[in-house]
Design a protein around this ligand. Structure first.
Ligand SMILES: Nc1ncnc2c1ncn2[C@@H]1O[C@H](COP(=O)(O)OP(=O)(O)O)[C@@H](O)[C@H]1O
Ligand SMILES: [Mg+2]
Length: 301
């Protein structure tokens, strides 16, 4: 546990994070390892678009959305945040539950039947994996309508759109059909491969608006992001992560990927607690055992 000074000296931290300083090192480390949400501008922008889609009036052709970004760029976190903001709830007449938005994972292979299985599992619906795709599809439609599902979000949608072109076509029509039949927007999260696949289907290309989650540039927004991280990491001394030199170092190490930034800062903050330095510095960043995404790729060969 660190010695407690007057609160004002911890103004580099958010109020609720300042309290963490009273806790043991082990507890602080646990806190650092737990999930945190930072509302950066692009994420807020995408959340706003999702809000608009959720209240879009039911039409035969609903607009859809594709959130496109590299792996580890923050796509899943945005969808999870949206679900947290719109949780399922009990109907007033107690006749079941309302699920405003359903968030599912793509099956690892482009299988229509497994897609329906994933939806049914998420809805806690009884089904046999061996049931025909047609039967599951019918169940999906019935239960989603009964639960008032107003949006379907599909993570890792690029894995549904992998494979030969004719298979991709089948899948694109499955998606189009689901959206048309249920009259709900479908939101896909995926890599550029998903965007490429959707562009091959003129009918979907019109409907799926892409929202890009690009890598971070070394600019003022990136430095603001680092400042937000700093305010959430319970270290007793300020690190000034938005400072030019350290920001530049973090930008190079992370290759602009939010997930990497988060991992690096988690590791280095834990080290700063363990070695008692209580702040993140360029020197400490050299001490952590960290391989950049590029280095990891190389060592896989
Ligand atoms: N808004 C955010 N605030 C804080 N950390 C985030 C945020 N978004 C992503 N991260 C960090 O980045 C990691 C990867 O994000 P994730 O959403 O899983 O990326 P993707 O789905 O694009 O692969 C998360 O595990 C988390 O540590
Ligand atoms: Mg993801």
């Amino acid at each position: 546990m660190i010695e407690h000074e007057s609160n004002s000296s911890y103004s580099h931290l958010n109020d609720d994070v300042q309290h963490q300083l009273k806790r043991s090192n082990a507890e602080r480390i646990e806190y650092i390892l737990s999930s945190r949400w930072i509302g950066y501008p692009k994420a807020k922008d995408i959340l706003g678009k999702l809000e608009d889609l959720l209240v879009y009036p039911k039409k035969h052709r609903m607009p859809c959305m594709l959130i496109v970004g590299d792996s580890n760029s923050g796509k899943t976190m945005i969808a999870e945040r949206f679900i947290d903001l719109h949780p399922a709830y009990e109907r007033e007449d107690n006749e079941g539950i309302i699920i405003p938005a359903l968030f599912i994972q793509s099956p690892p292979t482009p299988s229509e039947s497994r897609l329906y299985s994933n939806i049914l599992s998420k809805l806690f619906a009884p089904f046999r994996p061996s049931d025909s795709a047609e039967k599951k599809y019918h169940q999906v439609k019935t239960i989603m309508a009964a639960c008032n599902v107003k949006m379907l979000i599909i993570d890792e949608i690029h894995s549904l759109l992998a494979g030969p072109l004719d298979k991709q076509r089948v899948f694109l029509s499955v998606i189009r059909n689901l959206s048309n039949e249920l009259k709900i927007p479908i939101v896909g999260l995926g890599t550029k491969d998903a965007l490429r696949a959707i562009k091959t289907d003129p009918q979907l290309d019109n409907r799926f608006k892409p929202s890009l989650l690009p890598r971070w540039e070394m600019d003022i927004d990136f430095r603001r992001l680092l400042a937000s991280f700093e305010r959430m990491l319970p270290l007793a001394s300020p690190s000034d992560l938005k400072g030019k030199a350290i920001a530049k170092k973090l930008h190079i190490m992370s290759e602009g990927l939010l997930g990497e930034i988060s991992d690096i800062l988690t590791q280095v903050a834990i080290l700063a607690i363990r070695n008692g330095s209580e702040r993140i510095s360029i020197e400490l960043l050299d001490e952590i055992d960290y391989e950049s995404p590029k280095e990891r790729k190389k060592s896989n060969y």
